[in-house]
Design a protein around this ligand. Structure first.
Ligand SMILES: [Zn+2]
Length: 441
C-alpha cells in the first residue's frame, strides 16, 4: 500500500505531528508536489482520519473501482454530477465530491435532483472465476454553499421544473387562512433552526391532512390566504444582547431558507385552491438596516418580509400554476389589508401595538376606514407567539402561534410558554363573525 500522502508531507516539512501546521500550508505543499487534495481531506487528517487508500485510485484493489466512470460539470454557483458510477448506493456524497477533487464542505446536493439507476455486471476475479456485482449510476445537481446553499437560480429552477399535484380544488365560497408567523429562522436556542424547520414541515403535513378531511366532507374552501405574518428570520443583532453569538445562520442564509420554506408552502397548498393570495407584514426582526438601534436607519420599507414577498412574487411568475397567486406586499405600511371571500382582513405583525391592544386596534380600524376606505371585519396579528382570540364586537382579533424554538428569556421572566404550531381558520362573509374552523396545527 502507498504511504499516506499526508504523513509523507508532514515528514518532508519537518513536523512531528499535525498540531502546529496550518491546513493551508499542508494543502499547498501537497498540491505543489504533484498531489491533489481537498480542504476536507486535510481537515480529516488533522483529526487523524486517513482515507488515502480509499480515495486514491492508484492504490485501489478492486478492479471495478478503476473502471467506474462519471462526469462533474462545475459552474460558478454549483454544478452537476452526470452518470457517476459507484459500487454502493450513495448516502454520503463526500467521497463523490472528493473523486472529482471538489471540497465536499463547499457544496450541497440539491435534494430533489438526485436520480439513480442500478444494474448488475459480471466481474473477473483474481483466481480467474467471475462474480456478479451491483453497479449504480447517479445524476444530481449541487449548489455552492458559499452562495447560501440555496440561491435564486436554484429556486427559479425548482419553480420552472415543478409538477403540480393534480387534485380536486375546493368549491366552498370561503377562504382557508394559514398564518405563517414568527419562524425566526436562525434562532439558535433549544434545537435551533433544524428543530424549527422540522416543526414547520410537520405543520404543513398536518394542514394537508386537514385539507383532505375537508375535501372528504365537501367543505374545502375555494380560496387560500397564505399570510406571512413577519419575523420569518431572526436576524443577528439588535433584538437582544447575545443575538450574534446564539444565531445559527447568517442573515443571507436565514433569508434564503425563509424563501425556500415559503415557496414549499405555496407549491404544496396552492393546487387545492382556485384563488390564492400571499400577503406579507413588515416586522421587527426583519429590519435590515438597524445599525445597532431598534429601528432601521433607512426607512420602514427596508424589511426582510418585503424582500421575501417581492422575491416570491418574481419566482411564482415563472410557473403557469403559480402565476395565479396574488401578492399583497407592502412598501412601508405596517398594516397589510386583504379582501377575500367578502371578508376584510387587516393583518399586522403586532410590534407597533402600543398601550392597550383594543384601543390600538380601534384607532387603526378608524384610520383604515378613513384613509383606505377599508372596514375591518377581522384582525390577524402575530409577534406574541401564543394562541389568542378576542371577540371585540365589530371584529375579532386572532393572534397567530409560531413554530419557533421558544424563548428561555421570556419563560424565565414570565413563567409562560406557548404551544407550537401554525394557526389556521376559515373566513367567509356568511359565517357568524366571519370566521370558523380555528385550529393550531
Ligand atoms: Zn416580532
Amino acid at each position: 500500500m502507498k504511504k499516506c500522502t499526508f504523513a509523507q508531507a508532514l515528514q518532508d516539512l519537518g513536523y512531528s505531528d499535525t498540531g502546529t501546521i496550518t491546513s493551508r500550508t499542508f494543502a499547498n505543499y501537497i498540491n505543489a508536489n504533484g498531489g491533489n487534495v481537498s480542504k476536507s481531506a486535510v481537515n480529516n487528517h488533522r483529526k487523524r482520519i486517513c482515507a488515502c487508500d480509499k480515495s486514491q485510485p492508484t492504490v485501489a484493489k478492486n478492479a471495478t473501482t478503476e473502471t467506474l466512470t462519471g462526469k462533474a460539470d462545475v459552474t460558478s454557483d454549483g454544478g452537476e454530477f452526470i452518470d457517476v458510477q459507484t459500487t454502493k448506493p450513495v448516502t454520503d456524497w463526500t467521497h463523490i465530491f472528493e473523486r472529482f477533487n471538489l471540497d465536499p464542505n463547499e457544496f450541497v446536493i440539491v435534494d430533489d435532483t438526485v436520480r439513480c439507476s442500478t444494474w448488475q455486471q459480471s466481474k473477473a476475479l483474481e483466481d480467474g472465476s467471475r462474480d456478479i456485482v451491483n453497479l449504480y449510476s447517479y445524476r444530481a445537481r449541487f449548489a455552492r454553499k458559499t452562495e447560501a446553499g440555496i440561491n435564486y437560480a436554484d429556486l427559479a429552477e425548482q419553480v420552472r421544473n415543478w409538477m403540480p399535484a393534480s387534485v380536486i380544488k375546493g368549491d366552498n365560497p370561503t377562504t382557508y387562512v394559514v398564518s405563517l408567523a414568527d419562524f425566526q429562522l436562525g434562532k439558535g436556542e433549544n434545537g435551533g433552526t433544524p428543530g424549527t424547520v422540522k416543526r414547520i414541515k410537520q405543520s404543513l403535513a398536518n394542514i394537508l391532512e386537514d385539507i383532505h378531511g375537508m375535501q372528504k366532507r365537501g367543505s374545502l374552501p375555494k380560496n387560500l390566504l397564505l399570510a406571512n405574518m413577519g419575523d420569518h428570520i431572526e436576524n443577528v443583532y439588535s433584538s437582544y444582547a447575545n443575538q450574534a453569538y446564539t444565531s445559527d445562520l447568517n442573515v443571507r442564509d436565514q433569508i434564503n431558507l425563509a424563501l425556500e420554506l415559503n415557496l414549499l408552502w405555496i407549491k404544496t397548498l396552492s393546487p387545492y385552491f382556485d384563488e390564492v393570495i400571499y400577503s406579507a407584514c413588515l416586522c421587527n426582526h426583519g429590519q435590515m438596516s438597524r445599525n445597532g438601534g431598534k429601528t432601521n436607519v433607512s426607512d420602514d420599507a427596508d424589511n426582510a418580509t418585503g424582500l421575501i414577498g417581492d422575491t416570491l412574487k418574481t419566482l411564482c411568475a415563472l410557473h403557469p400554476e403559480l402565476a395565479k397567486v396574488r401578492f399583497e406586499i407592502p412598501q412601508d405600511q405596517m398594516i397589510t389589508t386583504v379582501t377575500t371571500s367578502g371578508v376584510n382582513i387587516a393583518t399586522a405583525h403586532g410590534h407597533k401595538i402600543s398601550g392597550a391592544e383594543e384601543t390600538w386596534l380601534a384607532k387603526q380600524s378608524q384610520n383604515l376606514s378613513a384613509k383606505r376606505r377599508f372596514n375591518v371585519d377581522l384582525w390577524l396579528t402575530a409577534h406574541k407567539h401564543h394562541a389568542s382570540i378576542v371577540d371585540l364586537g365589530p371584529y375579532t382579533r386572532i393572534q397567530a402561534t409560531t413554530s419557533d424554538p421558544g424563548s428561555k428569556y421570556y419563560e424565565d421572566m414570565s413563567g409562560q410558554y406557548s404551544r407550537s404550531g401554525v394557526t389556521v381558520f376559515i373566513v367567509g362573509e356568511y359565517l357568524p363573525g366571519f370566521w370558523d374552523h380555528y385550529r393550531v396545527m
